[in-house]
Design a binder for this molecule. Structure first.
Ligand SMILES: [Zn+2]
Length: 218
């Protein structure tokens, strides 16, 4: 049918509670296609890892993620369903949408981290106390009088972001939920600073340079 790692999970053990919408034979929760009639199945309530045929782990093999995503994307290519009925086309389109959403969450460490917390039913508490690193950088940005000051803030924020992501993964691995939550708050703050740096820098740039669209900050 289609060549993806974890194929057996997709066609695997039939779940007695689920039935193919077309032939009514039992299908497994993870099955993209009915084992009996080969028809595409509706989107089921499975987690993003299962949707991509991956083990549920916070540390993701990025190469494997890309491979799975590409293979499943080809399987769900709308072109393949063009001659099918409305029902099948619609299920395929929704499957593809869910696949894209799962992929977008898993490939981004921050989104993956937040998702990991919800998977473990840990509420993300945005109201945590202000993070000292974020507060300091925000203060520094407010004082910035020249584009180069902004660049320095961006550099510091970018570095803190990289370190923070590593810290986040470590906290999630160790199931240190409180630490993970605090780190996510810090990372959110850092991302928002990086956004503000760009607009502040544009304000500070000489008119001509701004028009040319030179930014230098990413
Ligand atoms: Zn069927």
């Amino acid at each position: 049918m289609f060549n993806v790692v974890g194929l057996n999970e997709f066609v695997g053990t039939a779940n007695s509670e689920l039935h193919c919408w077309l032939c009514q034979k039992p299908v497994s929760t993870r099955a993209l296609f009915c084992h009996h009639c080969g028809t595409i199945q509706p989107v089921r309530d499975i987690d993003h890892f299962a949707r991509l045929g991956l083990e549920r782990r916070i540390d993701i093999d990025m190469e494997l993620l890309e491979r799975q995503y590409a293979a499943l994307g080809r399987t769900l290519d709308p072109q393949r369903f063009i001659i099918r009925g409305m029902g099948e086309r619609s299920h395929a389109a929704k499957q593809l949408e869910s696949l894209n959403e799962a992929y977008d969450v898993l490939r981004e460490p921050l989104r993956r981290g937040r998702y990991w917390l919800t998977l473990h039913e840990k509420e993300f508490d945005e109201a945590s106390a202000a993070n000292p690193v974020v507060t300091e950088l925000r203060h520094e940005l407010e004082k910035a009088a020249e584009p180069c000051h902004c660049d320095r803030v961006a550099q510091k924020a970018g570095q803190a972001l990289q370190e923070g992501i590593m810290g986040l993964m470590q906290a999630l691995r160790g199931q240190n939920w409180q630490q993970a939550n605090a780190t996510l708050v810090e990372l959110d703050g850092l991302e928002s600073i990086l956004g503000d740096v760009r607009s502040r820098r544009t304000q500070l740039m000489p008119k001509k340079e701004a028009k040319a669209g030179i930014s230098g900050v990413e």
